[in-house]
Design a protein around this ligand. Sequence first.
Ligand code: AGP
Length: 605
Amino acid sequence: MCGIVGYAGSGNAPQILVEALKRLEYRGYDSSGIALHEKNGLTIHKKQGRITVMEEALPKLAATVGIGHTRWATHGEPSDANAHPQVDSSGDIAVIHNGTLENYADLRSGMEAAGIKFNSGTDTEVLPHLIERHYDGDLLTAVRTALGDVTGAYAIAVLHAAHPGEIVAARNESPLVIGFGEGEHFIASDAPAIVKYTQRVAYVRNGELVCLTADSVEISDMAGNIREPEIEELDWSFEDSERGGYAHYMLKEIFEQPRALQESLLPTLAEAIIDGLDLNWRIGSISIVACGTSLHAGMVGKYVIEQLTAIPVNVCHASEFRYSPPVQNVGGMLSARPLVVLISQSGETADTLAAARVARQQGSHTVAICNVGGSSLARNVDGILLTHAGPEIGVAATKTFLVQMQALYMLAVHLAYSRKGIDLPQLRRWEQELRKLPHYVGQVLERRSVITKLANSLTQASSLFFIGRNLGYPIALEGALKLKEISYLHAEGYPAGELKHGPLALLSPQTPVIAIASQDHTHAKLVSNMEEVAARKAPLLVVAQEGDADALRLSERVITLPASDPVLMPFTAGVALQLLAYHVAEELGCDIDKPRNLAKSVTVE
Ligand code: AGP
């Protein structure tokens, strides 16, 4: 998704903006640009392609105030003309935008009928023209009035040639954070962009505008009411978001998992574990709502919560949940308010945010499992269970997946204990098992060289299937997602029992099958499914726990996981499949941290 940054201070604005934009590369983009306040007005520099393409074309510039943008095309193809900033007719107003404007087509045709010429295919270009129309010497007021004319999602930043030193920014749905330095201020879509310069940040809320100079920050709403910024200190640093010697952020983040699990584990699960909401009420049902990898964590959570608490859990794609029919309380049949658990590493995923809103409107209690404390999701739910994986830059979610599952296990154990489904000794045993996770994950990481070799044997596949049963099924889905997003190989995750209901027709020596063999009550059934695969001469790779004789009998290609309680297998198998996907993609020479067409935070619907 697009990234926006802004700087007002005494430093070299072009350098700072380019550096900050590079920190947002993980969001995905196809072009970049900056606008600077210079002696004779605004200068705009923008190019399709990588940030370095724009950077190399930059002349030596000494500006101290400017805005910068990485564009992820939604309206109009990737091109120099469609890159941001977009400007008004005079070139005095420059706007950068993350989000989509729903009524831009009507606005644009009205303006074109009035003789205004448009130079891009973007929805954004209506904004500088609207601001120009409303400008009467006061930039903040002009921006506020212009935003009254648009509907949709946005985080924007605006420069006006007649207001040197000033940046006006605003947000509705798309994220925006302010950074507070010494004699300098920043804005950005995400804190990693500015953490090199400051760890003191404040989050802009929906419907707010910010007027920023080197010395001042003023936050106001659409009615003009002023709000004091609530400054927070980030608990991670620039070094935390650096690659630290690894070839890719993804690999670094895979290796950070033992620490992420350790930092995210709560000392005890006997007392309240959700910040802001007690769970001491009769929970009739739980819905877990998320997208992508977070959804797969939710599917693992469902098994564990239902096993431990007997509370029925359904898992929904956020994009479906947000449009599901409202819950009807027919004849008072809903005797207890449902609990909706929303999972998102970023806390900025548009569908998950909309789902949270719908859940609250429907009268559900909402809890977020989220890795970003000040995120939109964290601030729009009743309670929060924060994970502490640190910043995740690689587009492929890795460490946040593991801590999300850990959070769901903690929730399950806490709910079970507080409802007297398990007693104190059982609770302590669970706590002990969860404390072993970093150790088990560390053992999988030590087996990287074996996984690398096996990965090399998969690169020529025409398609791959990942199969599993019970807790192995969501891990099969996650393994397939990870592989396809970073290696571009086609892969599908399937419940192993479903193979013979269709996909078996596709098996051949060119379609490897990766089986996740949990040592649980479904193991014997999975062995039968593996036999079916072997009989069709499809190459079989098994992810199995130490001592699994069936796995060794059926395949020479086995990734051995440390022997742990089978309920912890999603963690160890999950890491093995992350490494497998990583090494396939590496062998194929893919752009692992920034896969084509994808964005880290999906902030549009
Ligand atoms: C994961 O590898 C994906 N890039 C993607 O599926 C991601 O998990 C999804 O977009 C949800 O993101 P969130 O957790 O930030 O809401």
